[in-house]
Design a protein around this ligand. Structure first.
Ligand SMILES: Nc1nc2c(ncn2[C@@H]2O[C@H](COP(=O)(O)O)[C@@H](O)[C@H]2O)c(=O)[nH]1
Length: 259
């Protein structure tokens, strides 16, 4: 099984190091990752300039690695379109510094890199952990990520993304497959002082998480020390209200043939 590994924290991040260290013991791995931190890049791609791809030697890692001076989605796209001759069986993005729960997934470069894989009909997994940064946590998360790869390999359909979050817990209670919850941030922006007389205001996006207790969602179960897995899809159609909108439009439709 050949795995394309990427992330959004950049090639030098601990998360991709620990993830690759674990996966390459069991699978053939190739890294294609941003050359620097690209958090919250979402699904952006680089349109108005070329991207530069370089071979990169990661100390302690045997797998071939490339950097891209672009976004996480660029990494997956250029890897699958041009860079790699080999067939890729799975794409795994992470291990992200910071959970990607609920609506985080919309902003997340980590998740978007995995979604890009699903767009290319390759099963993909995004893995995120809490901000804690100790090696034991990364190592534990990498071990769980590998186990999830083992559990799901050849079983997950080609255009599915599994969004995985792993809690910082002494004892993980298990795995919950669940919906995305509602991720709430407060104090989203901090206003910075500006010199008098300037007609500008400066805001730094910050924010602390103030999650509600969404039942049966990733936001809830992560706090109960469960690993959460949410299957995602890039089809953003709102099927729940599709018929309702159709009726509204049909009801108000001023189609020529009716006049
Ligand atoms: N301060 C805020 N942080 C936010 C908000 N919405 C999302 N986020 C964070 O962005 C990253 C995106 O994930 P990544 O995989 O690209 O690193 C995620 O971890 C969230 O914590 C927000 O409204 N305010």
């Amino acid at each position: 099984m050949r795995i394309l590994i990427t992330n959004d924290d950049g090639i030098m991040a601990k998360g991709i190091y620990f993830l690759t260290k674990e996966l390459e013991k069991y699978f053939e791995c190739i890294i294609v990752a941003p050359d620097k931190q690209r958090s919250a890049a979402g699904h952006s791609i680089t349109l108005h300039r070329p991207v530069v791809v370089k071979l990169h030697k990661l100390d302690g890692i045997n797998s071939r690695a490339y950097t891209v001076d672009g976004t996480p989605a660029d990494c997956v796209k250029v890897a699958l379109e041009k860079l790699l001759e080999e067939k890729i069986d799975l794409i795994i993005s992470g291990i992200n510094d910071g959970f990607n729960l609920g609506t985080d997934v919309i902003y997340s470069g980590t998740v978007s890199a995995a979604v890009e894989g699903a767009i290319y009909k390759i099963p993909s997994i995004a893995v995120s952990i809490d901000f804690h940064g100790d090696d034991e946590y990364y190592s534990m998360a990498a071990n769980y990520a590998r186990k999830i790869v083992e559990m799901t390999k050849n079983k997950i359909k080609e255009d599915v993304v599994l969004n995985v979050n792993i809690p910082y817990a002494k004892e993980i209670k298990g795995i919950k497959v669940c919906n995305l919850g509602n991720r709430v941030y407060t104090n989203a922006y901090i206003e910075k002082e500006v010199e008098n007389g300037t007609n500008q205001r400066i805001f730094q996006l910050a924010g602390t998480v103030k999650d509600g207790d969404d039942g049966d969602t990733d936001v809830y179960f992560i706090k109960q020390d469960y690993i959460t897995i949410t299957p995602l899809h890039y089809d953003l159609t709102n099927f729940k209200i599709l018929m309702e909108v159709e009726e509204i439009i049909d009801g108000g439709n001023t189609d020529e043939k009716d006049s």
